[in-house]
Design a protein around this ligand. Structure first.
Ligand SMILES: Cc1cc2nc3c(=O)[nH]c(=O)nc-3n(C[C@H](O)[C@H](O)[C@H](O)COP(=O)(O)OP(=O)(O)OC[C@H]3O[C@@H](n4cnc5c(N)ncnc54)[C@H](O)[C@@H]3O)c2cc1C
Ligand SMILES: *[C@@H]1O[C@H](CO)[C@@H](O)[C@H](O)[C@H]1NC(C)=O
Ligand SMILES: *[C@@H]1O[C@H](CO)[C@@H](O)[C@H](O)[C@H]1NC(C)=O
Ligand SMILES: *[C@@H]1O[C@H](CO)[C@@H](O)[C@H](O)[C@H]1NC(C)=O
Ligand SMILES: *[C@@H]1O[C@H](CO)[C@@H](O)[C@H](O)[C@H]1NC(C)=O
Ligand SMILES: *[C@@H]1O[C@H](CO)[C@@H](O)[C@H](O)[C@H]1NC(C)=O
Ligand SMILES: *[C@@H]1O[C@H](CO)[C@@H](O)[C@H](O)[C@H]1NC(C)=O
Length: 514
């Protein structure tokens, strides 16, 4: 709670200010994204721990759940899909808070290439071959490698073993849509086994492999806001507009300092900042993070998934949901266009969205608005002809440049191990036996989720896990970090281990037929 507060709470704030903004609490939660809010709600309502404070740099909860608008239409520059319906907890939250959404039909595609509309269907053919052969074969190979305990490979190598070698612009584009457009990095940089598993956990694991697109005027952030609003006395427990600069930890507790010199002293802290933030120097840890944790953080990838929204004075495309463009020269260049101007989303909106990932996103983030518009228009003119109108409005997110995020979500990099991911989550100062009772600083976020890294469900499950582990540590005893990693999951509704699965085949486009 900061200055400029309504009357009813001003007495409380005066006390805080008089004490020169020093707060003392049992648990401080750093970050009010879905992980932090979910952890806070579980502490309050499931563990009956009321003595906690949430610290957030932004003036609101939600983090990477980030609504804005274009031409009066609500859009999401962050998370946008509920990916996997069925028993996905995010699907339950979306329904609980009545978040508007509709089925996103990844099969409903028009194909384009350097000559415009892809009349002879080369691109569609490449898509079918990737889905019906390459990814089916790759999944079997990945499962077999796990059964045999063979080392992981990069995804490019996995595809190669599956008989898929992308040579033509069509094959490269099909692969881009199926892989990069989901994981935001190219196959060669990505783990083979973990990304195959991710596909299955997120899309098939919840029993319904459909995925729905959210478009709600209150924003997808309602799944965070709704949970936050259930926390009793939330206003007294959350400090907005406070950017953490230093996290000092010892076996006695944690002292957090913010940019305006507010300090929070706590017995326990939960850091939910993104792996991108941890990879940078925006936050100082005292003492510095141990080498085993630094290695692990460095070896994971904070990928970038950049959704650019463009509104036109009129609609010059037809009613398909997706238009995929195979650039003759550069793989994935402005390849995936999505129309909001369809009956189930925003008919009459004249609104398109194009997604850039990885290097193309980094480059575009550094460009001016006009340069991005020019790049969009050059591709759209190739697709639809020279006569199309210029845009009237554009929204260009720049996630990688934002010191509160430093990218969009975690991709499991080639060569990163399960042990390293456990090491990112492992608490400090001393995660090793014999004395787990010295744990004070905990870590959680989408990036610490073994099965759901990169997704909202990862943030949700990791927030719940962290709250249970911290509550145990505060009330009873702390588990060794090895046990902390997974033993609590079953009771939290998340099963660990590779379930036996009947793989039904198909790539992204055909997930909902599974
Ligand atoms: C473009 C994009 C598309 C995505 N698409 C999907 C999707 O379709 N489906 C899906 O399931 N997931 C998607 N995701 C991933 C999803 O958004 C994340 O997994 C999830 O929101 C992460 O939540 P979190 O709480 O772990 O982290 P965050 O949301 O990053 O929360 C961390 C919080 O810490 C705050 N913070 C950071 N540094 C500081 C500091 N120094 N001081 C104080 N506060 C600080 C931040 O402001 C933030 O609020 C997408 C993400 C992006 C960005
Ligand atoms: C946080 O800052 C915003 C401006 O960015 C302001 O509108 C809001 O009142 C502030 N909130 C608090 C709690 O200080
Ligand atoms: C849910 O949202 C829809 C559309 O936004 C609205 O018509 C409906 O009344 C809402 N239902 C509830 C229970 O809030
Ligand atoms: C996938 O495997 C099948 C049989 O196992 C094989 O016939 C097919 O050629 C393979 N696909 C590719 C793309 O190599
Ligand atoms: C998946 O869930 C959606 C939304 O509830 C539903 O419309 C669809 O029929 C389900 N699909 C399957 C295969 O159960
Ligand atoms: C914070 O405190 C330090 C040292 O005590 C001081 O140098 C700095 O100016 C203070 N910053 C603010 C924003 O008050
Ligand atoms: C979609 O638009 C293209 C040209 O942009 C056109 O050639 C094609 O026939 C259209 N498809 C449908 C189904 O209308």
């Amino acid at each position: 709670m900061r200055p400029s507060i309504p009357l009813l709470t001003s007495l409380f704030s005066a006390v805080i200010l008089a004490e020169d903004a020093v707060h003392k609490t049992k648990v401080v939660i750093l970050g009010a994204g879905l992980t932090g809010v979910t952890a806070a709600k579980a502490l309050a309502l499931e563990r009956n721990i009321a003595d906690f404070i949430i610290v957030e740099a932004l003036p609101e909860v939600g983090g990477r759940l980030k609504p804005t608008s274009i031409g009066g239409y609500p859009i999401e520059i962050g998370a946008n899909w509920v990916q996997g319906l069925g028993t996905n907890p995010i699907w339950a939250l979306a329904q609980k808070y009545n978040v508007t959404n509709a089925f996103s039909d990844w099969e409903n595609i028009d194909y384009f290439d350097g000559g415009g509309y892809d009349f002879d269907g080369k691109l569609g053919e490449a898509f079918d071959r990737y889905e019906e052969q390459a990814i089916v074969n790759a999944t079997k190979i990945s499962d077999l490698r796990q059964e045999r305990g063979q080392v992981d490979l990069n995804f490019r190598a996995g595809l190669n073993l599956a008989g898929w070698v992308a040579k033509t612009p069509y094959e490269k584009t099909a692969e881009y849509f199926e892989f990069d457009w989901e994981y935001a990095e190219p196959p060669v940089q990505s783990s083979f086994i973990q990304n195959i598993n991710s596909f299955i956990y997120n899309f098939d694991g919840f029993g319904n492999s459909s995925n729905n697109f959210v478009f709600d005027k209150r924003g997808f952030r309602m799944i965070a806001q709704g949970q936050a609003d259930e926390i009793p006395n939330l206003a007294e427990k959350i400090l907005y507009n406070e950017t953490v600069t230093t996290i000092a930890y010892s076996k006695d507790g944690v002292i957090v300092t913010t940019a305006d010199n507010t300090t929070i002293e706590a017995d326990f802290a939960l850091c939910t900042f993104s792996i991108g933030v941890l990879q940078n120097t925006d936050v100082t840890f005292e003492p510095g993070l141990p080498d085993w944790k630094k290695d692990a953080i460095a070896n994971f990838h904070m990928a970038t998934y950049m959704k650019i929204f463009v509104q036109f004075p009129s609609k010059f495309w037809n009613d398909t949901e997706f238009s995929v463009y195979a650039d003759p020269d550069e793989r994935g260049y402005y390849a995936v266009w999505q129309s909001f101007d369809v009956e189930k989303f925003y008919p009459g909106s004249n609104l398109l969205m194009v997604t850039l990932t990885s290097e193309q996103a980094y480059q575009a983030e550094l460009q001016t608005e006009q340069e991005v518009i020019d790049a969009c228009m050059a591709v759209l003119r190739t697709m639809y002809g020279a006569g199309i109108p210029s845009p009237i409005e554009i929204v260009i997110p720049r996630w990688t440049l934002d010191p509160l995020f430093r990218g969009t979500f975690t991709n499991w990099g080639a060569g990163a191990t399960v042990e390293q991911q456990n090491a990112i989550r492992a608490p400090l100062p001393d995660p090793d036996m014999p004395n787990p009772q010295s744990q004070r600083l905990f870590f959680a976020g989408e990036g610490t989720s073994r099965k759901y890294f990169g997704y909202l469900q990862g943030a949700y499950y990791e927030g719940r896990l962290a709250s249970a582990v911290i509550a145990d540590c505060a009330e009873n005893e702390c588990l060794t970090s090895e046990k902390t990693a997974y033993s609590k999951r079953e009771i939290l509704g998340e099963k660990e281990g590779l379930e036996k699965r009947a793989y039904v085949g198909g790539g992204l486009r055909s997930r909902h037929f599974a």
